[in-house]
Every structure is written in structure tokens, then in C-alpha cells.
Design a protein around this ligand. Sequence first.
Ligand SMILES: CC(C)(COP(=O)(O)OP(=O)(O)OC[C@H]1O[C@@H](n2cnc3c(N)ncnc32)[C@H](O)[C@@H]1OP(=O)(O)O)[C@@H](O)C(=O)NCCC(=O)NCCS
Length: 163
Amino acid sequence: MNIIEATSNETIDAIKRDTSAFDNYIKELKQKIAEGNVIFYGAHDGNSFVGRVCLIRVPEEQVVRDILPGQPALVALQINESARRRGIGSQLVTAVMAKARSLGYQKISLGVEAGNQAGKSLYEKLGFVYEGHNYESCWNEPDGEGGLKRVCVNALLMVKELG
Ligand SMILES: CC(C)(COP(=O)(O)OP(=O)(O)OC[C@H]1O[C@@H](n2cnc3c(N)ncnc32)[C@H](O)[C@@H]1OP(=O)(O)O)[C@@H](O)C(=O)NCCC(=O)NCCS
């Protein structure tokens, strides 16, 4: 498995295609990558991309910035269903932690829904701990009628010490 940092639009588009990412999501992402606020990774199995994740240097939610000032977040981890339980999610999260460490950050956070057992187990295995706060995490999704709808979930804040 190759974990690839997507720096060109070509690679970003290939990850989008192979992992079925939404158009509007990738449009916003390209802007954030160009601004230097997001580092985007794809997991490539030799034939196609099977997963993706982002390191965001300034988290979007004010509450997260207040609790962990100056620290980045891991967002949008997604592995294609046919590629799950092969350690690829763990490899992507490990790559993001290594990048954050190399950029000099002390901690990295993420939000996970209470009912997401797979995500919670993966993050716990990699040393993330519950910080004790819940917050509303929101994003835009296609509404099926050509527009966008705002989707919000209640997320548990998890933190990993990078030291
Ligand atoms: C959560 C997700 C990213 C895990 O990716 P993955 O590549 O399958 O994870 P890994 O193979 O690295 O699993 C690492 C560990 O996580 C835990 N885990 C992963 N999937 C699990 C599941 N379905 N049920 C319970 N534990 C699970 C296990 O402890 C696993 O270790 P093991 O296989 O040795 O038992 C994947 O299921 C996914 O994309 N889900 C939908 C999107 C999502 O929930 N993203 C996270 C948002 S916060």
C-alpha cells in the first residue's frame, strides 16, 4: 500500500474518482490545499486509490480551536468498503500523525460519532484518548436535487499526544 500526499489536481481528481468523493467537497478541498491549510492523502493499492484522509492545520470548528489552540485535526477518513479491515485506515492515520509531528505540532485531534465503533476502535488502538468534550461537526453534502444540504453530527473529541 502506498500512502500518497496529493499535491497535484490530477492526483486529487484520481482520489476523488476512486473513492467516490463529492464534487463540492473536492472543490472546497482544492482551495484549502492551495491555501496550505489542508494536506490530503490517498492510499493506493497499485491499481487505484482505496482510501483518503485530510490533515487540517486550522480546524474549522471554533470549539476545537479553543480547546486545542494552534493544533491541527484529522478529518474525513474514509476507506472503500471492499478495502476495509486490511489496516489501510490505520496506515493513513499513522501517516497523518507523522506529518503533524514533523510539522512541529504537539497534539492532533479528531471528532468521531459515539456510534462509530469501527472509527473509535481504530483511533483508540493508535493512542487517541477521549478529551471529554462533544461538539457539533458539520459539512455540506449533495441533496440529490442538484443542491447542497448541511449535515451535522454530534462528535466526541479525541486527542493524540504526538511527542
Ligand atoms: C473506520 C474506517 C476508516 C476503518 O478503516 P479500516 O481500514 O477498515 O481500519 P483498519 O483495518 O486499519 O482497522 C484498525 C482497527 O480498527 C478497528 N476496526 C476497524 N473496523 C472495525 C469494525 N468494522 N468493527 C470494529 N472494529 C473495527 C479494529 O480494532 C481494527 O483492528 P483489527 O482489524 O486488527 O481488529 C472504515 O471502516 C471507514 O471508512 N468507515 C466509514 C467512514 C468512517 O467512519 N470514517 C471515520 C470517521 S471519524
